[in-house]
Design a protein around this ligand. Structure first.
Ligand code: FAD
Length: 614
């Protein structure tokens, strides 16, 4: 500790602590103030909430809006849609809960100044698709963050949370969190009565397509570093569906979104020879997944599956046919604006590769897998459901509370509710915060206590990588190679390679099997042992070190779940070559895991899928 005794330790007391100021975190912070007028509501964010999280660059569409005021859709319809897309396995109680509340959150965004596109004939929000509405959304995140800033007692930006703290008197109850300021290096101890984890999802656990200098070029935000899973896993919270990773079909190299192109511009795809190919794989897919292939719309993973098979058959690349749509000047404008509002990098890539979509049909690609709970997959924490509609075995306390008392989840962190997207994540943050306020009010005098020994030990652990570097830096063998420490980047590359080769990444064509997974777990174990020797040159690298730690924990969870589910439920996301078909008889169920940090053991179990909507 000698080197770091000059670092300040800052203590912050909170009634409600929100970890991660993205969409769900902003929703939680806003709502906690509404129900908890006199409560101390603290939001802690590792970047700056004005431009943090997956929505940092802006969005061009809000993907979840029912339009109940115009009777466009009802919450039940959305549950059916999400259930179909995730091959039957969603927590319908959670999805229904979000769907019934999401519209009011979108109305708030408009009230706060988000420019919404309107249909000139009806005056309603301009639909991009059945669930999506179009926005001029470059400033979506700062607008939403302003509401959170005004609601919070204080927002702590630039603080990376590394660990949760548990109650000294009740080891099943959360008591706060610790982290460090990535600019000053101050150590922070947050003592809280309730904690809401809203720290996004996980990118960069599998090797990305772009390597070297381009490795930040991924579809998912590179700063989504799996804290949302690692923090709860390490304190024994149950997780669900961690095998349900997502693979996205996107424009090649820039990962520009394709939704507006398919839905609004009515573009379509073809193989390298200009042929339609999806129908070619119909019978083959039917053999794997049965009737799911006939569902409308076709599940996202199955659309990937047809692309992957066509490429394997040697008829790639797959291209998006834009040349026709782009002859219409309105559609051409929409096509470009779509990128300018959310993925400007795609426009730059096209410019640099001489692609004008009016004259060239651009290539598509499938991404490396990511883990997230808010898109077309639903990995995340196993949470208690809403009192009025959750089946009894999905309910053990307050809405969105994990299996650890006082610990709540929303957005990518909360499992089971796919297709919440930005608006649904915000709405779910609000739902979680309302329940967390009730939890805090019900605590009375039975308040969690933080152990001094615990946070002092954690302080030493958190800064250890800097200590390792300071001690070992003179032993450099060559370049950045040292016999006594591992740099975070090297550790990350090792993790990505393990996940890629053994757990179903791009180089393995998303395919794995039991022997591969077994070896993958052994290699992950060895990597875990080496994490004690991470070396961090500065605070930036210290942040990378802790991001790596969190990614490794999440990766182990993904691997354990993938091993446990002996079927291929989602062809196109991943394949268990030893169990190549969907198996509804044995696996129409959720997979749950609990990590025991004392023994290092993972316990996996099945949980029933209850259908509450017909
Ligand atoms: C590429 C992409 C495109 C998308 N397009 C659309 C779209 O068009 N329309 C739509 O509606 N939705 C879209 N989504 C979905 C939407 O962005 C997510 O559903 C939503 O952002 C999830 O909210 P969240 O709060 O869970 O995570 P995020 O919004 O990502 O927020 C997580 C926050 O936690 C912070 N954090 C992480 N770790 C820590 C830590 N250890 N300590 C402190 N803070 C931490 C992060 O910095 C971040 O601010 C898209 C998502 C992606 C990735």
């Amino acid at each position: 500790m000698g080197l770091f005794t000059r670092r300040k330790t800052v203590f912050v007391d909170a009634d409600i602590l929100v970890i991660g100021g993205g969409m769900a975190g902003c929703g939680a912070t806003y709502e906690a103030r509404y129900w908890g007028r006199d409560l101390k509501v603290i939001c802690v964010e590792k970047a700056h909430i004005d431009r943090s999280g997956a929505v940092a660059q802006g969005l061009y569409a809000i993907n979840t809006y029912m339009g109940m005021q115009w009777d466009e859709n009802q919450p039940e319809d959305h549950v059916r849609y999400a259930r179909n897309d995730v091959m039957g396995l969603v927590r319908e109680d959670l999805g229904y809960d979000i769907a019934r509340h999401v519209d009011s959150s979108v109305h708030k965004f408009e009230e706060w100044g988000l420019p919404m596109m309107k249909d000139p004939e009806t005056g309603r929000y301009q639909r991009e698709g059945k669930w999506q509405i179009m926005i001029h959304g470059e400033s979506y995140k700062p607008i939403v963050a302003e509401a959170a800033r005004k609601a919070a007692t204080k927002v702590y930006n630039r603080i990376m949370v590394t660990h949760l703290l548990m109650d000294e008197t009740n080891p099943q109850r959360v008591a706060g969190a610790v982290g460090f300021n990535v600019r000053s290096g101050d150590f922070y101890v947050f003592r809280a009565k309730a904690v809401i984890v809203t720290a996004g999802g996980a990118s960069h656990i599998f090797k990305p397509r772009a390597a070297g200098e381009g490795m930040g070029r991924t579809w998912y935000a590179p700063w989504s570093s799996a804290s949302c899973y690692a923090l709860p896993i390490l304190v024994g919270a149950k997780m669900m569906q961690m095998e349900n990773r997502i693979v996205l079909t996107r424009f090649k190299d820039g990962y520009g979104p394709v939704g507006a192109y398919f839905l609004h511009l009515k573009t379509y795809t073809e193989n390298a020879y200009g042929d339609e190919y999806e129908s070619r794989w119909y019978e083959h897919t039917r053999e794997l997944v049965g009737d799911y292939v006939d569902k409308k719309p076709m599940p996202t993973c199955l659309r990937n599956h047809a692309i992957l098979e066509e490429i394997k058959a040697g008829r790639g690349p797959i291209r998006m046919v834009t040349k026709e749509a782009f002859q219409d000047p309105h559609k051409e404008t929409v096509g470009w604006e779509n990128f300018l509002g959310m993925t400007i990098g795609q426009a730059v890539v096209w410019a640099s590769q001489n692609i004008d979509p009016k004259h060239t049909n651009p290539e598509l690609t499938t991404s490396e897998p990511y883990v997230m709970g808010s898109h077309a997959t639903c990995s995340g924490a196993w949470v208690s459901g809403p009192e009025d509609c959750a089946p009894a075995d999905y309910q053990w306390g307050y809405n969105r509370m994990m299996t650890v008392d006082g610990l709540f989840a929303a957005g990518d962190t909360a499992g089971g509710a796919a297709h919440k997207f930005s608006s649904g994540s915000f709405a779910e943050g609000r739902i979680a915060a309302k329940a967390a306020v009730n939890y805090v009010n019900d605590l009375g005098r039975d308040q969690p206590q933080v152990s001094e020994t615990e946070y002092q030990d954690l302080q030493k652990t958190v800064f250890q990588p800097m200590e390792n570097y300071a001690v070992g830096r003179n032993e450099i063998v060559a370049g950045t190679v040292s016999p006594s420490y591992l740099l975070p980047l090297h550790g990350l590359q090792r993790l990505e390679q393990i996940m890629d080769e053994y757990v179903g990444g791009i180089s393995a064509h998303y395919t794995t099997n039991e022997p591969l997974l077994t070896r993958g777990l052994e290699l992950l174990q060895m990597l875990k042992e080496d994490l004690d020797h991470l070396g961090a040159e500065d605070l930036h690298q210290l942040q990378r070190a802790w991001e790596l730690n969190h990614r490794v924990v999440a990766s182990e969870s993904v691997t354990q779940h993938t091993m446990f589910r002996t079927e291929t439920r989602w062809p196109g996301y991943y394949y268990r070559a030893d169990h190549p078909k969907l198996d509804d008889t044995d696996w129409h169920c959720f997979t749950l895991s609990r990590y025991d940090r004392e023994s290092g053991e993972w316990n996996l179990e099945k949980a029933p899928v209850h259908h509450i909507i017909d």
